[in-house]
Design a protein. Structure first.
Lengths: 315, 77
């Protein structure tokens, strides 16, 4: 069985590509680790157009439900693509469940995963003070001083999640300005628990059994400084999940798949990509969905052209 | 009978996934919300050596996070 299109990923990009592909009556397979993408763990999504407020789980259910509404779309979940190979008829995808699937066109919408600080102590103290899920773990740090690393949307959201629980919150960014949502920044300023530290590079996470502090370089005066904290929430963006396809398509220094932003085409004809796995500047759910629509329509046209050429050759 | 206890917080997606897993497999479980129950929070940290949820206690054996295969093994599912 050769699918017309295989879509790798179940976030907003994967779901959008799935819906558009199925509506074109293409034999579609979606291979996804889970639905919802990186927003799955979000407590409150307030910028998905058309929905004032929902949780990540609600978004995931919406996306999954929309694809499942189409008979032409098949879903394999939870399953992860581990390698893509070129074959004469298109692409062959092997997965962590030791399955092999084949398709004529491929849309890579595998998103990103949490970027780590890569400093001393981070691995050692994961789950022992270092957390990557503020919605999950904020209440565990009741009456404890904590730090949030990262001044983007996710960092600000982590601060909001921690305000009801932590005794003190240091919001630390390596940039000169916070980059996250301005309305969330204003909300944070209302809490006297929050101190913002800008221009700081984290050097080391300290502790014995659990985290007890962190060292950072204050780039304003080039001094190494220490904070006494018991929790660290790391929210410094994502790294693209592009490893399984990186030998086939062009990627940039960050490992992001380079796409034509009009069509979603990669450097390899027949492979399209959308969302956080690509070199799209704005890592946003709405953009991922929109980009994936472009990729799906381009993949549809690609398949039409293949068919046309086949007909020409057989006549 | 196997005793299953989950330490969780209200907005934790992995906790919800774990509880859904128990329900889907007809596993009776007790839950403790460590966002309001200070005693349970200390108990969880002492048992698991972890500052994160979910923590699942199956007859005294501790599983950190929603580890489906580990849970299946302990519950012989």
């Amino acid at each position: 069985m050769i699918y017309d299109i295989i879509i790798i990923g179940g976030g907003p990009a994967g779901a959008a590509a799935g819906v558009y592909s199925a509506r074109k009556k293409l034999k579609t397979l979606v291979i996804a680790d889970s639905f919802g993408g990186q927003s799955l763990v979000s407590d409150s999504i307030e910028n998905w157009i058309g929905v004032k407020k929902m949780t990540g789980l609600e978004l995931a259910k919406m996306l999954e439900g929309h694809i499942r509404a189409y008979e032409d779309a098949e879903i394999k979940m939870p399953e992860k693509a581990v390698l893509v190979k070129e074959i004469s008829s298109g692409w062959e995808i092997s997965t962590d469940k030791n399955n092999i699937y084949q398709s004529k066109a491929l849309i890579v919408a595998s998103g990103g995963r949490r970027r780590h600080l890569n400093v001393l102590g981070e691995d050692k103290f994961e789950g022992k003070g270092v957390s990557y899920c503020s919605t999950c773990d904020a209440p565990v740090f009741k009456n404890k001083p904590v730090a949030v690393i990262g001044g983007g949307d996710a960092g600000l959201e982590a601060v909001i999640n921690l305000v009801p629980y932590a005794s003190k919150i240091y919001l630390i960014s390596n940039k000169e300005l916070l980059t996250g949502d301005v309305s969330t920044q204003e909300e944070i300023k209302k809490s006297d628990k929050v101190s913002v530290i800008m221009n700081a590079d984290i050097q080391e996470i300290l502790g014995d059994k659990f985290v007890s502090g962190l060292k950072y370089l204050d780039k304003n005066d080039n001094q190494i400084k220490e904070l006494k904290i018991e929790g660290i929430f790391v929210e410094i963006g994502s790294v693209p999940n592009s490893e399984f396809v990186k030998d086939l398509v062009g990627t940039n220094q960050k490992g992001e798949i380079v796409i034509d932003h009009k069509t979603g085409a990669t450097s390899r004809p027949g492979i399209f990509a959308a969302g956080d796995v690509t070199d799209e500047i704005y890592k946003q759910n709405n953009i991922s969905a929109g980009d994936a629509v472009a990729a799906a329509l381009s993949a549809y046209n690609y398949l039409l052209n293949i068919k046309k050429n086949e007909n020409k050759n057989s006549n | 009978m196997t005793k299953v206890l989950i330490y969780n917080t209200p907005n934790c997606i992995y906790c919800q996934m774990a509880k859904k897993f128990f329900k889907d497999h007809n596993v009776a479980y007790e839950e403790k919300d460590v966002s309001v129950d200070d005693e349970a929070r200390e108990e969880m940290i002492a048992k698991s050596g972890q500052l994160g949820v979910p923590v699942v206690d199956i007859d005294g054996k501790i599983i950190v996070g929603f580890d489906e295969s580990a849970i299946k093994e302990l519950l012989k599912l």
